[in-house]
Design a protein around this ligand. Structure first.
Ligand SMILES: N[C@@H](CCC(=O)N[C@@H](CS)C(=O)NCC(=O)O)C(=O)O
Length: 339
């Protein structure tokens, strides 16, 4: 029996783990969630990230995979039905873009809030060690892990670009996203229709932490955007959701345009400046987001993300590219892709 369950290593405080577990539930794929991987004889992935998924290779041996976006596409191939990828190529491109925004931009807010303010540092520092080491650990072990883990994460804030220069840009963007998403939810239960897409789950993963765990950003959500807070709780387990429909390209509503404007205002200039800095081997990424300076060290993985977006765009026919460009017109997202 257990052989048919997909093993997944992860943690409750990992937004990408939450993204993927919610997809497994919605897609009704049987899985086995492993929170204490030390007790298991499973091969380790080359890159030390969570979640880790295990898939059988040709010989029946389990092989580790990391990186949620391609894992979602592999699951689509292996398990038919209840797809989270829109079949309309134009809407599918929008889904890819919004998924990447969730994964690569909202995560900046998640990591920033968690390790920037004392209340949030205290909460994460005192709870996350139990997730990792087990709830039976003695207080001294937890205190020690709290110290080591908090120091490590705070020292890594620079990786996602959270610093004193960018803090206000990140915080404004969190509120703007919540506001735009809140508005969108008044018209539709999910980003791309009456059916959840991988973009919903990407945003959901980050929002599980932002709206429901870390005190500073969750206070904002609870006070100002209770609808989004409720959406997060409901999206956690969509195993009983009756599938619904994704929009067709001509049904994409104005509320998505508003969200794309927010993507174009923040994520787009930073992704472009980052790719340029990686390409030219510069020491710093420097750009302007809505009149404010953005400065961080280059993030090579996010330069790859931009390439992957462009590859997705290149798969479209000329007519589909025109339709995408019409939807993106005036949002600032046009600059990501060129026809
Ligand atoms: N692009 C990856 C990102 C995964 C990721 O960044 N995971 C974080 C936790 S949410 C991680 O494992 N960080 C390293 C660590 O905690 O040691 C994905 O989509 O799965």
């Amino acid at each position: 029996m257990e052989q048919d369950l997909v093993p997944v290593i992860g943690a409750p405080a990992s937004p990408y783990t939450r993204k993927m577990l919610a997809i497994l539930r919605y897609r009704q794929i049987p899985y086995r969630f492993i929170q204490e991987a030390g007790n298991e004889a499973l091969p380790e992935p080359k890159v030390g990230l969570i979640p880790v998924f295990y898939f059988k290779n040709n010989t029946g041996a389990l092989e580790p995979r990391v990186d949620s976006t391609p894992i979602i596409r592999k699951l689509e191939e292996e398990y038919p039905g209840r797809s989270v990828i829109p079949s309309d190529p134009v809407v599918s491109f929008l889904n890819y873009l919004l998924e990447d925004y969730g994964d690569e931009w909202l995560t900046k807010a998640m990591f920033h809030y968690r390790w920037h303010y004392d209340d949030d540092i205290h909460m994460a520092g005192s709870i996350l060690p139990y997730y990792r080491a087990g709830v039976n650990q003695p207080d001294e072990t937890i205190d020690q892990l709290n110290k080591v883990f908090s120091e490590r994460q705070i020292s890594r804030l620079y990786v996602v670009g959270s610093n004193d220069v960018t803090a206000s840009v990140i915080e404004d963007s969190y509120r703007n996203f919540l506001s735009g998403f809140n508005e969108h939810l008044t018209t539709s239960p999910f980003l791309l229709g009456t059916r959840p897409s991988s973009a919903d789950f990407a945003c959901f993963g980050q929002l599980t932490q932002l709206t429901q765990f870390d005190p500073t950003p969750s206070t904002i959500a609870i006070k100002e955007f209770p609808r989004v807070h409720a959406w997060v709780s409901k999206t956690e387990d969509l195993s009983g959701w009756r599938e619904g429909d994704f929009y067709t390209a001509d049904q994409v509503p104005v509320t998505i345009k508003t969200l794309l404007q927010e993507v174009g205002r923040t994520y787009v200039p930073v992704m472009l400046a980052n790719a340029k800095a990686v390409d030219q081997g510069l020491e710093h990424v420097e750009t302007v987001v809505d009149g404010k300076t953005w400065k961080q060290v280059p993030f090579p993985y996010q330069a790859k993300c931009l390439q992957w977006i462009r590859i997705e765009f290149s798969k479209l026919s000329d007519d589909e590219k025109d339709q995408v460009m019409r939807i993106l017109a005036g949002t600032g997202c046009e600059a990501l892709v060129k026809k």
